[in-house]
Design a protein around this ligand. Sequence first.
Ligand code: 5AD
Ligand code: SF4
Length: 456
Amino acid sequence: MLKDKQISNEKTLKQYYIKTFGCQMNVYDSHRIAAILETLGFSPAISVKNADLVIFNTCHIREKAAEKVFSDLGRLNLIKEERAQEGQDTIIGVVGCVVQAEDEQIAKRAPFVDFALGPLTYHRLPQVLAQISKKRGIPLIDTEFPAESKFDFLPENTSMGGCSFLAIQEGCNNFCTYCVVPYTRGIETSRPVEDIIKEAKKLVAEGSVEINLLGQNVNSYHGEDKNGKERNLAYLLRRLNEIEGLERLRYTTSYPADVDDDLIACHRDLKKLMPYLHLPVQSGSDKILKAMNRRHTRGQYLEVVEKLKEANPELGFSSDFIVGFPGETDEDFEQTLDLVRQVSFIQAFSFKYSRRAGTPAALMPNQVEEKIKKERLIILQDLLFSYQLKFNKESVGKIMPVLFDIKGRHKGELIGRTPWMQNVHAELGKEYCNKIVNIKMIDATVNSLSGVKEGK
Ligand code: 5AD
Ligand code: SF4
């Protein structure tokens, strides 16, 4: 019973540590989970060894990501045992997509875990923590797809500094045949327009100059306005563009088939909308796109890219690619390389196909050998990096507005991002943190630029 009291007593200085795996949505969720814990009287621990409560926010997208969670949990259990020898108790929680997908398996594979919550139920954390001492020894697992929206139960979102995430949509109805997201994050739901506007204004008042709208399929946003009318992402962007003090808007991740003319026009009209778009294509082969159940062909993807470039010639594209999808031949892979050459992506993420239980592609014939997947990934990444390096090199000598929000490893160094999401290192005083500064670029590598402040 003592434990219940300690957890619910706002004044006890219990410390928490959250480890985040996976995508930006998980980074955002961890930020929201931290806020819940702070309202319960927890404070952040400097390291996992100091934490009374450790939460892993997990990713299930590829096998490697999911397995890493279990191996890291094993290591965490050793720390829990060491702390126990010193008379300290440690509560271990797992949240996120691994929980949704593995469900009761968590209890089998990591019985020392105290609780597990899916990505749609972490707002129930206070009740769960209060129940833990009673249930100790049996993990408390909640993987319901709840009727309520977690957003209505979370403490208000707070600024993450100069640049904040704001989730506007969650889930996906696309059911690409390789992907677990529709099963882990559920079907698409959109938050109401006014809730988003209010949250954005609050983030700006707290110092955010950039807001990145998040969702698994963000451009199929269809939230209700105050009259109950469904509005699209373009409407939302236009409304957000009017917020005074907000300088930069981004959105991620979008689905090519859902880029409509309204959204394209935003890239022409809205100055605050950054000239960078993450638009995953996955493959350049129509045969593979069809097998992936993507709702677009190679030609349609290229057409959308062309229209967007017409709307804003400065626009740079980034993408996700999967190599070695079942049935992918050398010719299919060549089509992917060819598409990369056509679009000259300025950044990209590429992965070997990972067979996920429960998805249709896992059962498809003609699974590609690991050795071939590896070879293709190297070839693709070499090509992608060459375009990324070219783009970065072309930035040298230019003056660009950079939003700095991270301290660098070296003393007096800040790290920020250009409008095209390039990382920039510069020697700058901390008064420039969370500010946009004009920087003259002096050097470039494949992953970053370095520069100096222009003018006084
Ligand atoms: N194997 C490999 N990559 C995958 N992705 C999603 N599912 C898989 C899988 N089973 C990639 C896609 C997606 C990105 C977030 O992860 O490229 O866009
Ligand atoms: Fe997964 Fe994206 Fe396809 Fe949705 S659109 S199923 S999140 S890859």
